[in-house]
Write a protein that binds this ligand. Structure first.
Ligand code: ACM
Length: 639
């Protein structure tokens, strides 16, 4: 019944609407923005019987099936595929003499009124050409149910496109919260549509070990399970000894093989991360002898209670010893086993070994560490970590893989050939590039999608904010860096505050659209206003597919100031063309309320500022209730 109603609604939407996705004479809306788009005259109309000509290459079969499904399901049209067809409507061509302009991932897409042609040097290019083709079709092409005949048209275009960077990643943490294999695959499917090609799978942390290691069964028997808690992660009560270990999960090696194959079919490489020596509580709970600290056998996998003290200046101390012991040979034997199995499973060249936020305060107390320092001539705790990283580097190399780690691995001296993932801003990446090491940029300043997208008064609380507009300013090559060392960029999604897949979607989109454009499109092609227009187009597609996204880009930015000791509230928007309406009388503002034009001083006894944003006569933002007590606090006014 619900499906039938949806069909009716969608059919109504389609009737009489001209290629909804791409308005005639209007913009061509593609994320990420292609290198060149030349708009031609007219449209290609999908015929009711669509013939596709495509090479019979095995690597292409999932791509062709994907195209067939995407075209046939919403239209109900018949789609046939042939290696040769004299009257094909869509031709996928692998160029025998390689086209030097587009490289291994680029494509050329030509749409004329009679034919669609996608040419590429490699299957990946055809896959990306198909993604662009689908974005050119009306939004309803996203429907997973048949909505029948309509104006299934796309504009005539000539597109040449190829990526700015070879490493276009999204990192997804499945330790802090566990996500099923199906949820991981859905995430990969979604990222590939925007031409991301690297899935960084963060598989271990203090809150759970998620990958089966056959020679170390405790890692998933013990290390994958914790006590379920709800609230603000990081502030939970410490589980009592008798509380059940009722939250968790892991992927078997067969699960992982399936995900790898799925990713391969979507032209996505998987970078596995095993985070050591810090963030290793789940491993220590599984094998307490890996710790330098007596009594580690009493530890539990972290449920979200406080285990670190942050001193506010970047320094921190651990309250439980969540670091592996670099002075213990058993640790290296353990890591050899782990990386033997990880290397055998994952075909990607690199293994990520973490290295971030490793607390040293328990090491400082350890006699074993003191004798290691003496024996190896290590002067500081950073050098102790450096010693550890170099040994890990040798293990990784012995498995035929390359090591990448968070920028902390610079602190004790980089292992030979180690690549650096810069997350504490860009400085680690800049330093590593100067040392002639490869770098992937994922600075928290632009690319941390776990941060809030708007004001804490309306967003689920996280310790920092990254608005869409700021994410869009990400440039993986900071000034003064030799670009040849920058492999690319990625955004990171830590999941302490992301308890489920719907919220994962909310946190990822639209900011991952911004990151996609920053890592694929030529820098000079980026344009914030047209990006926002394209995001709005994608929102309509997401509505059809019922994928969640954040509307935070419409929410006002509140700035609290003082004027002669009085509160002054400034409101701004990150997207242009919006009007903000407000009230101080507790009622819900709409566009018949005062429109914000300049900073306002609240009436003397007012307690609440309510705001809403409009585009013309349509409300687009969320109704936000901002207590004036909060504004006073932010302005430093004591009442
Ligand atoms: C990190 O965000 N700790 C890499």
């Amino acid at each position: 019944m619900l499906k039938k109603r949806l069909i009716t609604i969608l059919s109504c939407c389609l009737t009489g609407i001209y290629a909804i996705g791409q308005i005639p004479g209007g913009h061509v809306n593609i994320i990420p923005e292609p290198v060149t788009v030349i708009r031609g005259e007219g449209y290609f109309k999908l015929p009711v019987s669509i013939s596709i000509e495509a090479p019979a290459l095995p690597a292409l079969q999932p791509v062709i099936q994907f195209l067939k499904q995407r075209l046939s399901v919403p239209t109900g049209y018949n789609v046939t595929i042939a290696v040769q067809s004299a009257n094909a409507h869509i031709r996928l061509i692998l160029d025998k003499k390689a086209d030097p302009v587009i490289g291994s991932e680029g494509y050329r897409l030509a749409v004329t009124p009679g034919m669609i042609t996608i040419r590429a040097n490699e299957p990946a290019g055809l896959f990306y050409g198909i993604q662009t083709l689908l974005q050119l079709l009306p939004n309803e092409i996203e429907s997973e149910i048949a909505i029948g005949t309509g104006k299934w048209e796309l504009p005539c275009v000539d597109i040449t496109d190829y990526p700015r960077f070879g490493w276009r990643g999204l990192m997804f943490d499945v330790s802090r919260h566990f996500f099923t294999k199906k949820e991981v695959m859905d995430f990969i499917d979604q990222m590939a549509r925007y031409k991301f090609n690297l899935f960084h799978w963060s598989l271990t942390n203090d809150e759970g070990w998620r990958i089966e290691i056959k020679t170390l069964p405790n890692l998933t028997k013990k290390g994958a399970w914790r006590t379920d808690k709800t609230g603000y992660f990081g502030t939970f009560s410490t589980p009592l000894p008798d509380e059940p270990l009722n939250y968790g999960g892991f992927y078997t090696q067969d699960d992982i093989k399936e995900v790898i194959q799925y990713a391969k079919d979507h032209f996505v490489n998987i970078l596995p991360e095993v985070d050591v020596p810090g963030h290793s509580l789940a491993a220590i709970v599984s094998y307490p002898e890996l710790s330098c600290t007596p009594g580690a056998e009493k530890y539990r996998v972290r449920s979200g209670e406080k285990i670190m003290e942050w001193h506010g200046d970047g320094r921190f101390t651990a309250l439980v010893d969540n670091s592996l012991c670099p002075a213990n040979e058993k640790v290296y034997a353990f890591l050899d086993k782990v990386f033997t199995e990880v290397a055998a499973l994952f075909p990607f060249d690199y293994i990520h070994v973490g290295g971030d936020e490793c607390a040293k305060n328990f090491w400082e107390k350890s006699d074993a560490i003191k004798s290691l320092m003496k024996k190896e001539g290590l002067k500081t705790m950073h050098e102790v970590q450096g010693y550890f990283e170099k040994r890990v580097g040798k293990i990784i190399a012995s498995k035929g893989k390359k090591l990448i780690g968070w920028d902390e691995i610079l602190e004790g001296g980089l292992a030979e050939n180690a690549a650096v993932m810069s997350w504490r801003g860009e400085k680690g990446g800049i330093e590593a590039a100067k040392l002639k090491h490869d770098v992937v940029m994922s600075p928290s300043t632009y690319a941390y999608l776990d941060y809030m997208q708007g004001d804490v008064i309306i967003e689920p609380r996280v310790y920092s904010t990254l608005r869409l507009n700021k994410a869009y300013q990400f440039d993986p090559v900071p000034p003064g860096v030799d670009a040849k060392y920058i492999k690319g960029g990625q955004a990171n999604i830590w999941t302490e505050q992301i308890p489920n897949t719907r919220h994962l979607q909310y946190m990822t989109w639209p900011r991952a659209f911004a990151i996609a454009e920053c890592v694929w499109s030529p820098k000079e092609k980026k344009n914030w206003d047209s990006f926002v227009r394209k995001v709005e187009q994608q929102f309509k597609r997401y509505d059809i597919r019922e994928i969640k996204y954040a509307l935070s880009m419409y929410d006002p930015i509140f700035t609290a100031k003082t004027n002669n000791g009085q509160l002054l509230v400034e409101l701004a928007t990150e997207t242009t063309g919006l009007d903000i309406y407000y009230s101080f009388d507790n009622s819900f503002p709409d566009r018949f309320y005062p429109k914000y034009t300049k900073a306002v001083t609240p009436p003397k006894d007012a307690v609440m500022l309510k705001v809403i944003t409009y585009k013309g006569n349509q409300p687009v933002g969320r109704m936000i209730a901002m207590p004036l007590e909060e504004m006073n606090k932010r302005a430093g006014i004591k009442k």
